[in-house]
Design a binder for this molecule. Structure first.
Ligand SMILES: O=C(NCCCCc1cc2ccncc2s1)c1cc(-c2ccc(F)cc2)cc(O)c1O
Ligand SMILES: [Mg+2]
Length: 214
């Protein structure tokens, strides 16, 4: 039977990356997706910007919306301090099955909790079910039309504190116009655009970093 793209990405990790070495997992996925077949990982170019923001924030609690195969999950978790926790939400069960194996190959199971379901359903349960107070960093990389409603939902659920950082992928391609307009015009956010390219291509894309001012 025909394999899926996520299954082929997992195969590339198992063949080319070293167990317990997160950066080799990141490198194996980037090499596969740049040389064999494109996939919607944040990628190496935007990934460097992601690394710099994660290192600057040095978060104890991270929420990732949109796991896919776990590329950015592993990339972020590899930079977290010892007792930090990353919760990642994935809607597609097939992606979740692959991501769990990529996370395990990287040896990062203790830092990462992958939760299956829709962000709109799970965000209101964060405090009670997952024992979360607030998130220091949120990486938005899920349905592009959910960035704005989920940001408002996180505010309403008290999951953001003064200084919480939102980092959003794909604000140009595929684009998140309503989200961009909101964070750039709201007095409650300080926003900054990091120009880059769509993963593994020359098409323009970028990350928007928005600090919640409380
Ligand atoms: O759709 C994208 N990413 C979201 C996948 C949706 C997965 C979800 C996770 C989840 C968790 C919780 N609740 C609800 C959801 S929905 C995406 C698409 C492109 C792209 C760019 C140019 C193209 F020509 C074709 C695709 C590039 C990217 O970097 C992306 O991130
Ligand atoms: Mg993306």
């Amino acid at each position: 039977t025909q394999s899926t793209r996520p299954q082929r990405i997992l195969g590339a990790v198992q063949q080319n990356a070293t167990r317990g070495d997160p950066r080799s997992v990141v490198r194996a996925i980037d090499q596969y997706c740049r040389n064999q077949e494109w996939a919607m990982n944040v990628g190496d170019e935007k990934g460097c910007i992601l690394d710099s923001v994660v290192s600057e924030v040095n978060p104890a609690t991270v929420l990732e919306l949109g796991t896919y195969c776990g590329y950015s999950t592993v990339r972020i978790a590899s930079l977290l301090p010892p007792h930090a926790k990353l919760i990642t939400l994935e809607f597609n069960p097939e992606f979740a099955v692959i991501a769990r194996q990529v996370i395990a190959w990287a040896g990062l199971e203790d830092k990462i909790q992958l939760v299956e379901g829709a962000s709109g359903d799970l965000i209101p349960k964060m405090k009670e079910q997952f024992g979360v107070e607030t998130f220091d960093l949120v990486f938005l990389d899920h349905w592009k039309d959910r960035y704005l409603p989920d940001t408002k939902l996180m505010e309403e659920c008290g999951l953001l504190r003064k200084g919480s950082v939102l980092l959003a992928d794909n604000v140009i391609c595929p684009g998140t116009p309503d989200y961009l307009e909101f964070v750039r015009s709201s007095p409650r956010y300080e926003s900054q655009y990091f120009k880059s390219h769509l993963e593994y291509t020359k098409v323009e894309d970028g990350l928007e970093k928005s600090v919640f001012l409380g």
